[in-house]
Write a protein that binds this ligand. Sequence first.
Ligand code: 2P0
Length: 328
Amino acid sequence: MTTSSNNSATALAHTNIALIKYWGKKNADLIIPYTGSLSLTLDQFYTKTQVSFDRQLEQDTLLINEQAVTDKSWQRVHDFLNLVRQQSGITENARVISDNHVPTAAGLASSASAFAALAAAASKASGMDLNERDLSRLARRGSGSACRSIYGGFVEWQRGSDDTDSYAVPIENPNLKDIRIVALTIETHQKPISSRQGMERSVTTSPYYPTWVKVVESDLKEIKSAISQNDFAKFGAISEFNAMRMHALTLSANPDFLYFNGMTLDAMNEVKRLRHAGVECYYTVDAGPNVKVICQTKNVDTIANTFSKILGPEKVTVAKPGPGIKYL
Ligand code: 2P0
């Protein structure tokens, strides 16, 4: 008979920032996207999760940063564990202990690192020995962007068409190595509309959605060529306009919605001002008001200092490319 200690595993996953955004599901149950996407895994921000299957537990339990969680986050984790139980044949409930080193203040989403770490720890604790591709497929079922956090560096999520062929792959031998992301905290409050709801509304009501699906195809192709040619200007420009194309899907939805606030626009203008002054940098924005500045090492101090003066140094975090999943 197995004991709980044999059914325990701990994994660590870093978060990622999308340069070509994922925005819209073709299949919401399986989380199959309409388009591919491309991201950079970041070094500083990660989630460490321990999963222990234990037959003495009456239900799954979830502790995040030492706080017991029983709300809809618990439900989402419970649903995910059911999937792991179904795939592995294990029947025990699980104790999940998660430490999130993705400060809300950094304005980065934690669901990518959270579900990547959960997928790795839960699958291992259940006795499954998944390869990276199958781990990416499993993480995708928790949160789409999590499938990219299995790998370090530049990662492409190939949209595929069903559960078997929708997974992330690392970009092999990228020539574009000298990348830094300066994460700016504009606001730490919960967003008014979740990514999940926002995507669905964009898909079902924006008249521009079919065009988005078309342009992402070419944006992906072009950004991969910029990465292989070490063309930072092209890389930054594509990242910036792809993000704006995504946000155009919120403005054109019905009812419309917007993740930016006034400070988001100010920060975007400041990035443009710096760029015109010869400090090469570009912006990207996810489903929230926070701005991430894309730059190279040579300009990172100038950019971080400029925004530290505007926002305060505690609102400015510099990140580098980070590693893929690790078991502890
Ligand atoms: C991305 N975002 O590619 C895009 C860009 C936000 C903006 O993936 O519904 O938490 O769990 O699959 O992955 C955020 O959405 O969504 C996201 P679900 P997820 O990173």
